[in-house]
Design a protein around this ligand. Structure first.
Ligand code: AMP
Ligand code: ZN
Length: 468
């Protein structure tokens, strides 16, 4: 298999350390809100990668974290903890918020036919491992305590920037530094491994450590979970392109300094899903969720099909017009497949070889899913018998996961029960607040829902809601 490696910045033949056994790590979500379809573009391609590797004969051992502590509103050490902020806003505990959005994330995986990785660990379940790594880094001189926190000393590395262009990053760090300078750091690009005495007094989850009661930084979580679940050597590490810096750069710094050797051979990064004015993101409030697609009458698999039509390393611009053409093509495919005759003789293994080869070449050529989709249409247009067509389509669908021969029941207007209960509860809270003339609280509830893409509509018969 040929894959583009973001570390060497070239396409390379993929060779795992140990024969056909692949150790794959994928950065998981920070569970403070729903995943948007941009986040899910990354998870869709990670899933395709895993299934493509299986298709090509590899055994994949895959692990993923669920970040429930330590991810600040800036990807670096600035801002508030995203989980704490949402818990305060929703008057819930951090763990309740994490449980709620983890379940929603899992639900999105199911709706998109994505396989849940065999190992998924919440960051809060591996504190001992982070402490073991941090102790080791301090002993070896790669980390230091300052003002109560523990930082990684990036000046101890010969090459800190491994995935990005150094000059550009230094400019970014400098720009950020003008906003808020952490005096405790020896070098501006140093990053926190463990927070104790810090500005985040309201941090709900804290653990004892050799450096005082505190909590881990975001980056150490992935190094720790990867080490704990997959061991000292990784074959491939995945994430969205925005994770290259600082997150993955810092993971490499920590893991290699701790392990004392090269850690991961291939870095797989998925480009962003944009909307017409830039990257789809929670902070820009320009995002769409799987639920909102469903509410607008789209099967989530149409979105998946839309993603698979273009290459994972190209920016993809989301629009409903684009989704409509994907819907047309997907419907054509499904309709055509549904007319195939299951009892039309035997599979012609000689004739199907040509299509199997083309499909395999598409996957092996840096995961060219657009080619794989074209092969599907070619199969349907060809003169091989229906049973052979069905055989191929079912085989290809083990990678594509588009429910091609078993279309899911229509999901139009199907709202997740938990989400519905949550919204109805909020509507009731808002009604009570209005009844008590507490209009500020009523407005806050409305705005909080709006931030999640849920619009309240007051009618003479009560309040209704619409998912945007
Ligand atoms: P987060 O929950 O913010 O940590 O993001 C989860 C994953 O989604 C990470 O791998 C990000 O790199 C990725 N991601 C975030 N925004 C986008 C986007 N607009 N398009 C594609 N991937 C994204
Ligand atoms: Zn990560």
């Amino acid at each position: 298999m040929i894959l583009y490696n973001s570390e060497t910045k070239q396409k390379e033949e993929f060779k795992p350390n140990n024969g056909n056994e692949v150790k794959m790590y994928t950065c998981g979500p920070t569970v403070y809100n729903y995943a948007h379809i941009g986040n899910l573009r990354t998870y869709i391609f990670e899933d395709i990668l895993e299934k493509a590797l299986n298709y090509l004969g590899y055994n994949v051992q895959r692990a993923m974290n669920i970040t429930d502590v330590g991810h600040l509103s800036d990807d670096s050490d600035y801002g508030d903890d995203k989980m704490v902020k949402m818990a305060e806003k929703e008057h819930k505990s951090v763990l309740d918020i994490a449980a709620f959005y983890t379940k929603a994330f899992k639900n999105d995986f199911e709706r998109l036919n994505l396989k849940w990785p065999e190992t998924v660990l919440p960051a809060t379940s591996c504190i001992d491992t982070y402490i073991e790594i941090i102790k080791n880094l301090i002993d070896k001189g790669f980390a230091y305590t300052s003002n109560g926190n523990v930082y990684f000393d990036t000046s101890k590395l010969e090459k800190y920037y491994r995935l990005t262009n150094q000059a550009q990053d230094e400019m970014l760090v400098a720009a950020r530094d003008e906003v808020e300078q952490d005096e405790a750091k020896r070098n501006v690009q140093d990053f926190a491994l463990w927070f104790t005495k810090s500005k985040f007094e309201n941090q709900a989850l804290k653990w004892d450590s050799p450096w005082g009661v505190g909590y881990p930084g975001w980056h150490i979580e992935c190094s720790g979970i990867s080490y704990k679940t997959l061991g000292e050597y990784l074959d491939i590490h995945c994430g969205g392109v925005d994770n290259k810096f600082p997150h993955h750069t810092n993971e490499i710094a920590q893991s290699e300094s701790f392990l004392g050797h090269h850690w991961c051979n291939y870095w797989f990064h998925v480009e962003h899903l944009n909307v017409k004015d830039g990257k789809m993101s929670k902070s820009a409030n320009n995002f769409t969720t799987v639920q909102s697609l469903i509410d607008n009458g789209y099967d989530p698999l149409v979105y998946k099909f839309f993603c698979l039509q273009s290459h994972y390393r190209k920016i993809l611009i989301f629009s409903y017009e684009g989704l409509d053409s994907a819907q047309n093509a997907y419907n054509k495919l499904i309709n055509k497949i549904s007319t195939l005759n299951k009892n039309d003789g035997e599979v012609d293994f000689e004739k199907i070889k040509e299509f199997e080869d083309k499909f395999e070449n598409g996957l092996s050529n840096d995961l060219n899913t657009a080619t794989c989709i074209t092969v599907l249409f070619d199969v349907l247009k060809s003169d091989i018998n229906d049973v052979s067509k069905l055989y191929l389509i079912e085989k290809f669908d083990t990678v594509l996961g588009l429910s091609l021969t078993t279309p899911k029941k229509s999901v139009k207007n199907e709202i997740d029960e938990d989400l519905k209960a949550y919204i109805l509860n909020k509507i009731e809270e808002r009604k009570n607040a209005k009844h008590n003339k507490d209009f500020a609280t009523a407005d806050t509830i409305r705005n909080e829902l709006l931030e999640k893409g849920i619009e309240l509509i007051d009618t003479k018969d009560g309040t209704e809601f619409k998912i945007k």
